[in-house]
Design a protein around this ligand. Structure first.
Ligand code: SF4
Ligand code: SF4
Length: 523
């Protein structure tokens, strides 16, 4: 165990509200009547639907996908019939509808057979990476970046794998629950990821107030059982009865350290956690691999284990359904695609305090317009909040230039400057103050005595800049096409004139050759 950690600038201590959900046992949500799958992937791309309306599908069947590196296949989480391919509300910051596949389930849960790798110690890294991609595994910490793509680090030298279990946002306890109930799957996942990267060191980081999770991991490392009573497996087993044979050996486990990091928000941010654990600073606009580290969420490691050893595609995950607005806050294993309304109903429904629905935590979560939206792979939490849970609705006052926001910013930005420039639409100046380095953690909002919704201004300014860039790109594209068309017309005109000139010369020459002394025929 390390005796000290490095510190990152800023951050805040928050009321955690974790006990609401963490003290309840893990439950398994029933098969929903309908499963909804948005086709949108990272970068705004839509994957291709591989089934049509009316098709019967099985659990684990690929229903959408393509070859783009930022896209992963989507698998049906239960059997049924495809009833729609249509635009519906989806969980996305734009608030726009997205194209979705809809499956009406039949309750039978019939599954396809899939391939598994029983002994990953003898598999090539490329084979393991391919299996992870085929299983549709993405980062489950919230970013949903394709895991196989993230594990491809090019020519960079990697010496450390970090598994992030530092769940620093208030209310969310899905990683804590996973670690307490199935620590073996996380350790096995770590071993697979270490093999792919060729590294001999892994740190699994949890927060200091997750003692049971740390204890469960330590016991599993030694081959013991988790201390909590047996719980339903969050893994998707395909088909029943087939499944895991632990194949990581004691040597691999001895290279895995379990460290408890300070409970300060946002320690669980990828760059902040790497700095806390190693003292290495990921450069601005860089990635962890630039400093020799690959960081994955603990849930992602468990999904990697399920994909490789159990042959199970990513069709379910643990979701924390919590907040003062839900009757029975708890962690549930939910099928991806389940409408949020069904998850809330399973947790006892809404209470009188329910005012807002948030996907994620109160600091960085996404406000949802309705509970008809589906659970997606990155849904770690459904927070049914009252106004207190999201900091209350206080009147914003003028900035008093106290500097508290700069003190709190973990990225070392100057939020009050960003605020002035964003508010007055001086977007170039906002960019000069590194607006795009802002991770939207909300620390500045949290400490601002004037209750200025700073992050809202930053998000809006980023949106306007991106819109302008897109417009500029469109205009540039149109200009280039116009110039290319003009150039082609000029060239064609020149070629025509040249051809006419040559023809005229040829005719003149022919006439002279055939009839000396006679006038040449007209061209
Ligand atoms: S914390 Fe609020 S009031 Fe203080 S400088 Fe920052 S924006 Fe202004
Ligand atoms: S939201 Fe952005 S500006 Fe505010 S503290 Fe976080 S990183 Fe800094």
């Amino acid at each position: 165990m390390l005796s000290r950690f490095w510190e990152f600038h800023g951050g805040v201590r928050l009321n955690r509200h974790k006990e609401l959900s963490s003290e309840q046992p893990l439950a398994v949500a029933p098969i929903p009547k309908q499963l909804i799958y948005p086709l949108q992937q990272r970068g705004g791309l839509n994957s291709k639907a591989l089934v049509a309306v009316g098709d019967q599908v099985l659990k684990g069947q690929i229903i959408a996908g393509d070859d783009h590196p930022l896209s992963v296949p989507t698998h049906a989480a239960s059997s049924g019939v495809v009833t729609a391919l249509e635009y519906r509300p989806v969980p996305h910051p734009s608030g726009l509808d997205g194209l979705c596949l809809v499956i009406d389930t039949d309750g039978l849960d019939r599954a396809v057979r899939t391939k598994s790798v029983k002994d990953f110690n003898h598999s090539k890294p490329d084979t393991l990476r391919r299996r992870i991609r085929e299983a549709g595994v993405v980062g489950l910490g919230g970013a949903a970046f394709p895991t196989a793509t993230k594990m491809n680090t090019g020519n960079r030298t990697i010496d450390l794998l970090v598994l992030n279990g530092a769940e620093c946002e208030p209310y969310i306890t899905c990683d804590d629950c996973l670690l307490r109930t199935t620590p073996d799957s996380v350790l096995q996942g770590a071993a697979i990821l270490m093999r792919i990267l060729g590294v001999e060191r892994c740190i699994i980081a949890v927060e200091e107030d997750m003692p049971e999770a740390a204890q469960a991991l330590e016991k599993a490392k030694l081959g013991g059982r988790p201390p909590s009573p047996p719980a339903p497996s969050p893994r998707f087993a395909l088909p029943d009865g087939e499944g895991s044979k632990g194949v990581a050996d004691a040597t691999t486990y001895s290279n895995i350290e379990i460290l408890k990091v300070p409970s300060k928000y946002p320690t669980g941010g990828e760059k902040q956690l790497i700095q806390v654990l190693t003292g290495r600073e990921v450069p601005v606009r860089g990635i962890p691999a630039d400093v020799g580290v690959v960081c994955q969420n603990v849930g992602t490691a468990a999904a990697v284990y399920a994909a490789v050893v159990e042959g199970a595609p990513l069709t379910s995950r643990i979701v924390t359904v919590t907040g003062p607005g839900v009757a029975r806050p708890q962690n549930v294993v939910a099928r991806i695609g389940t409408p949020i309304a069904e998850l809330v109903a399973y947790c006892g429904g809404y209470t009188e305090r329910a005012q807002r629905l948030i996907m994620g935590g109160p600091m960085m979560g996404l406000a949802l317009p309705s509970d008809e939206l589906p659970t997606i792979k990155s849904t770690n939490c459904i927070l049914v909040a009252d106004s207190d849970a999201v900091g209350g609705e206080k009147q914003a006052l003028p900035c008093i230039r106290c500097g508290a926001c700069s003190e709190a910013c973990p990225v070392n930005l100057i939020p009050q400057q960003l605020y002035w420039h964003s508010r007055s639409d001086q977007l170039k100046k906002a960019q000069a103050y590194n607006l795009f380095d802002c991770i939207e953690c909300g620390c500045c909002d949290y400490v601002c005595p004037s209750h200025i919704p700073l992050v809202q201004y930053f998000r809006a300014a980023k949106g306007r800049i991106l819109d302008k860039q897109r417009e500029q790109q469109k205009a540039d594209h149109a200009r280039l096409r116009f110039e290319a068309r003009q150039a082609r017309k000029e060239r064609e005109k020149r070629e025509k004139e040249e051809a006419a000139r040559r023809k005229k010369e040829a005719l003149a020459k022919a006439a002279t050759d055939e009839s000396p002394g006679r006038p040449p025929p007209s061209p």
